[in-house]
Design a protein around this ligand. Sequence first.
Ligand code: GUN
Length: 282
Amino acid sequence: MTKIINGKEISAQIKEEVKVRALAHRERGIVPTLAVILVGADPASAVYVRNKKKACEVCEIRSESYELPEETTEEALLELIDVLNGRADVDGILVQLPLPKHIDEDRVTQAILPEKDVDGFHPQNVGRLSMGLDGFVSCTPAGIIELLKRSEIEIAGKECVVVGRSNIVGKPMSMLLLRENGTVTVCHSRTKDLKTVTKRADILVAAIGKPKFFDASYVKEGAVVIDVGIHRMEDGHLCGDVDYEDVAPHTSAITPVPGGVGPMTIAMLMHNCVKSAEVYRK
Ligand code: GUN
């Protein structure tokens, strides 16, 4: 029997847990606060930011929103980050990506204090993850670990194959699976004979960015399949990197799209915000 991993339900559980922790802070007079910065008018980014602010409300986290025009200079953005870094009442700073082309994303990411880097993108947090130290972890891969754990899927000793090597998903995903004692392989656009590698996977994480790329021929019978992709089809339907109808019957567990990995990203962002308040607020 295939288990359909319910990301909507698990993310709601996590947000409820975050809310309890946030309320405990509020009782002590500390209001966990996230500053969200959006530069420009990218419609997808605007939706993501709106959803992050909504989740803050649900979780009793205060959000402060900075919606800046497309022509904002890098200097002006860095100055705002500097002000927010210095404010004791701000626990998390999130700059929605992508940024307009004239702004250097790496400089911006590195300007955020690692203690307020709730996205887990700062090199110090990335380095801490690779060394197995505590810190903020990128939200999507952190959410995938929660999906696996809360679905009682064992990672230790398993063949884990991650397809995709981005800084936001693939690389931190591989580090987290390794931290959980998985045997990890990372595949990418230059991997030879991808299918041979993915066929070995007990746990396959698909983050290739191509709609319905993985059909059943890529998947071992009984594997756990985690689909990170989200794509809008011509008919308006959403799909993932995995051809769900074809693959699902061959798996022991699979995440649907929508309602799998997607909702976990924001839940883990909320988790990181309340953790920041717990660890760093004086
Ligand atoms: N753009 C796409 N995903 C993300 C994310 O997780 N965080 C931020 N800040 N921007 C993004």
